[in-house]
Design a protein around this ligand. Sequence first.
Ligand code: IMP
Length: 194
Amino acid sequence: MKLVFATNNRHKLDEVRAIVGDRVEVLSLNDIECHDEIPETADTLQGNALIKARYIYDKYGLDCFADDTGLEVEALGGEPGVYSARYAGEECCSEANMQKLLHNLTGKSNRNAQFRTVIALIINGEEKLFNGIVKGSITEEKRGDSGFGYDPIFIPEGFSESFAQMSSEQKNSISHRYRATEQLSNYLKEKYKG
Ligand code: IMP
């Protein structure tokens, strides 16, 4: 079967293709010649994932899925959450986002946080949601320089290194995205077994 993944992010496509295997051909937005800027105007991760998946399904009539990810910090009431990419402003970079987060946590002893990925899948008009969570804590300062986004300031539970101090293989084997994608993959395997 073919499924459109509403992204052109090479890294995400590779990761998802590796997990779902040969059973499903995963197409990107470029593959279906969709060059639209799909709006992400919801105030929840689930809402944004659904907006993107519904956009593709409604416009092209193709079975598809979309994801959205955020870092949810307990002492900040779940912030930056759905606003993770633009926490320090629309045109901002990861560095500014991390500095703002560390600043907002100054003096707070509760450093608990979690990364959460929501995947919205639409097959024949039927919608399904998958949640992948990795719990952890926010460091006092940046550690390591691999990865992207908030990786240098997030230590997953059960580890002493930040995501940015891990190899990409190690991070990808425990990440929020991996966990959500694994659920998607298990669902597809069950649905299309035989
Ligand atoms: P997206 O929905 O995958 O584009 O993620 C939104 C934002 O969350 C990104 O711009 C990053 O700031 C952050 N983010 C998502 N996944 C990760 C990750 O694996 N490590 C660090 N930051 C991430």
